[in-house]
Design a protein around this ligand. Structure first.
Ligand SMILES: Nc1nc2c([nH]c(=O)n2[C@@H]2O[C@H](COP(=O)(O)OP(=O)(O)OP(=O)(O)O)[C@@H](O)[C@H]2O)c(=O)[nH]1
Length: 132
């Protein structure tokens, strides 16, 4: 089966992280995710995440680090989710695709109903936070 490479952004503000809720009429509707999207041809993962954040929220950002990845088999496709630490540079968040966003403390991340592929990333982020 084809592996689809997807990027995901970890954007932090003090001790909180941005979580975005997928639209009700979207695949995985109502599930929470780290915003991002599919890597296009001739695009690096870093270029992809910056483009997606501009498209989804109208904000300018830069990649400052890499958390890790999560591979998940959704039966009809395999998603390879790559999570980057991203910094907000400019712009007010506009909800162009998601139905909601929340800033949530890392210690409370597990209370959200995450997309299945994201659970591994949430675990990695909690571990990363504890090591700091
Ligand atoms: N962006 C994003 N996608 C995720 C996450 N977790 C997860 O399973 N996915 C899945 O990865 C795929 C990414 O699709 P998307 O719809 O966000 O990306 P896109 O904008 O490039 O896609 P499209 O324009 O083809 O609709 C979807 O199948 C989505 O369900 C996540 O944390 N972030």
């Amino acid at each position: 089966m084809k592996i689809i490479e997807v990027t995901a952004a970890i954007i932090q503000k003090q001790d909180e992280v941005l979580a975005a809720q997928r639209s009700h009429d979207d695949e995985l509707g109502y599930k929470w995710e780290f915003p991002g999207g599919k890597i296009e041809q001739n695009e690096s993962a870093e270029e992809c995440i910056v483009r997606e954040l501009e498209e989804e929220f109208g904000i300018k950002t830069k990649v400052v680090g890499y958390l890790g990845e999560s591979k998940y088999d959704y039966d009809n496709k395999i998603i390879l989710l790559k999570a980057f630490f991203v910094e907000h540079i400019q712009g007010v968040y506009q909800l162009r695709v998601h139905q909601n966003i929340r800033w949530i403390k890392i210690t409370e991340l597990k209370t959200l109903d995450w997309a299945p592929a994201d659970i591994e990333l949430v675990n990695q982020l909690v571990k990363h936070h504890k090591l700091k």
